[in-house]
Design a protein around this ligand. Structure first.
Ligand code: ADP
Length: 529
């Protein structure tokens, strides 16, 4: 830790010598032999504490304190005196002297007095820090929902000015080309802003990641030293608006009169600018997200329109093709008949793909229509089992059905129920290796019917459970897919079941198999519950 700096002024050399010996272990000490010398040194160097004799030839201790306080208002002041009259004590207190030490003193007495004085100053600083937290807290609360940078940084500037008693302020943010651009300001003249903008905002850019203060003191060797004079101000500070990773801008504040910006004010401004910068970044992120979201919606709409159009356009030539194929199939024999069967089977696959696309489009648009009539589910299941038997046979997969005897007749759309069951069964067969087993079971619950399709297939990792019901989602990467399909089946199945008021879910273990269960709402006859 850097040592605190003490300036000791006394005209008696042996007192200076003693003070230096006592203090040099704990502090960085500078000794001077007169008030005048102390003032001169203080003009170029900042000290934490001034220890001065009261009675000195020329400028006395009280006068020295007064002058040095003008330069460094927060300096802690301790006086040494051989005697202390009531009058000098009152005068000293008025000047803001923090402690007295009566000469002659023991080393511990001097150290104690200095520690007490410094401690008072630390407490004062702490107090200021705590007080400054309140406006920061209020400011933070008021940020919620502000996305307009002018409103956000307008608030920042107002608060920065009022909490530091600065009169002038200007705020700049980096644009997309990484250049500072003006955003808002208070009380600067146009020509003042030109001073700040000089050399591509060189002064403001200099405050890379920490506040940079210039005062009207003669610091002519420093770069930018003429700026306070040009702006006719006592002090000016540039504070970077530090976001999460980089500075998003700079705020410049200036005081025309009074003290320069104290350390606690600079701390306050750093925290304030940091909060504002993060709020600004968050608002930008939200805006980007909203824009991307809008773009995605447009793209999604375009995609749906394209799918709709393509599916409709494909339907007619396919129907013609299938029609002629079946006519020709009637008339040919032998090998040609088999070829035509293959053509028809593949044309039917194509038709079911097109229907999937159109169904998806209707589900998305909320235009799925149900053509409801009383249906016997056991019949539909039996027919579906016959339809998929050929697929199962090809892989030597055992099919099994277990349904309650008294499955009721329910009002549902026949085609849609066929689609649900066929999708689940073909998936189960598709994702089950040869010699496995696929079974379909059902049960009657209080307010719904429940059906499960279970397989002994490759299974599904738990993290994929919700995603497999999304449109076009397939667990296998499309580049190394082993199974056919376009990833629409389950999302259509879910869309239909959801719209009907039922539910569908999956339970599975990789390499062990999966079980897809869906429910259809149903009331027991007579309103029993
Ligand atoms: P498709 O079968 O056309 O790929 P689906 O929407 O029917 O599309 O299924 C989506 C994905 O869910 C499949 O690609 C597969 O990764 C996974 N899946 C569906 N059913 C099963 C199953 N029974 N066993 C293992 N994975 C399955």
């Amino acid at each position: 830790m850097t040592k605190e700096k003490i300036l000791v002024a006394d005209d008696e050399p042996y007192v200076l010598d003693i003070c230096e010996r006592i203090l040099e272990k704990d502090f960085a000490v500078k000794i001077v032999r007169s008030g005048l010398e102390a003032i001169q040194v203080a003009q170029h160097e900042r000290f934490d504490l001034l220890l001065t004799d009261i009675k000195m030839p020329g400028i006395d201790g009280l006068e020295t304190t007064r002058e040095i306080k003008k330069i460094h208002p927060n300096i802690v002041c301790v006086t040494m005196t051989g005697y202390s009259t009531m009058e000098t004590a009152i005068k000293a207190l008025r000047l803001g002297i923090d402690e007295f030490v009566i000469k002659p003193f023991a080393p511990e007495e001097l150290l104690l007095a200095l520690e007490r004085a410094l401690e008072k100053e630390h407490l004062r600083q702490e107090n200021i820090r705590l007080k400054s937290l309140l406006p920061l807290f209020e400011f933070n609360k008021s940020l919620a929902g502000i996305s307009d940078p002018h409103v956000l940084f307008g608030k920042v500037l107002d608060l920065a000015l009022s909490e530091t008693n600065a009169q002038l302020g200007a705020l700049y943010v980096y644009n997309s080309q990484g250049r500072l651009s003006f955003l808002t300001q208070a009380n600067f003249q146009t020509e003042d802003l030109a001073v700040l903008a000089a050399d591509n905002f060189a002064f403001l850019q200099q405050a890379g990641s920490a506040p940079l203060q210039l005062t009207a003191q003669p610091e002519s060797d420093l770069p930018f030293a003429p700026i306070p004079a040009k702006l006719r101000v006592n002090s000016i500070v540039a504070i970077p608006l530090m976001g999460k990773e980089r500075s998003v801008g700079v705020v410049a504040l200036a005081k025309k009169t009074g003290d320069s910006f104290s350390q606690s004010e600079l701390n306050f401004l750093s925290v304030l600018s940091g909060q504002a910068a993060v709020a600004y970044e968050n608002a930008r992120l939200l805006e980007d997200l909203q824009n991307t979201n809008e773009q995605l919606k447009v793209l999604d709409h375009l995609k749906s329109e394209f799918i709709n159009l393509a599916a409709h356009e494909l339907r007619t030539p396919l129907a013609i093709l299938m029609g002629y194929a079946s006519v020709v199939e009637e008339e040919v024999t032998g090998l040609h008949k088999d070829y035509l069967k293959i053509i028809t089977r593949n044309a039917m696959r194509l038709r079911s793909l097109i229907e999937d696309l159109l169904n998806m489009r209707h589900i998305e648009a909320g235009q799925l229509e149900f053509s409801v009539s009383p249906i016997r589910i056991d019949e539909i299941i039996a027919q579906s089992m016959v339809d998929v038997a050929i697929l199962a046979r090809e892989k030597n997969i055992q099919l099994e059905t277990s349904l309650p005897e008294d499955l009721p007749v329910i009002d549902f759309d026949r085609q849609k129920l066929e689609l649900i069951i066929m999708n689940l069964l073909t998936n189960a067969i598709k994702f089950t290796p040869a010699k496995g087993k696929v079974s379909l079971s059902g049960k009657i619950a209080k307010d719904h019917l429940e059906f499960s399709v279970q397989d002994t297939g490759i299974g599904i990792p738990e993290k994929e459970f919700p995603r497999i019901f999304e449109r076009f989602y397939q667990i296998e990467n499309s580049l190394n897919r082993e199974h056919n399909g376009i990833g629409l089946g389950l999302s259509i199945v879910k869309g239909i079941i959801d719209q009907y008021g039922g539910e569908i879910w999956v339970d599975s273990k990789p390499e062990k198999g999966s079980i897809f269960t869906f429910t259809l709402p149903y009331s027991l006859p007579g309103g029993e519950s």
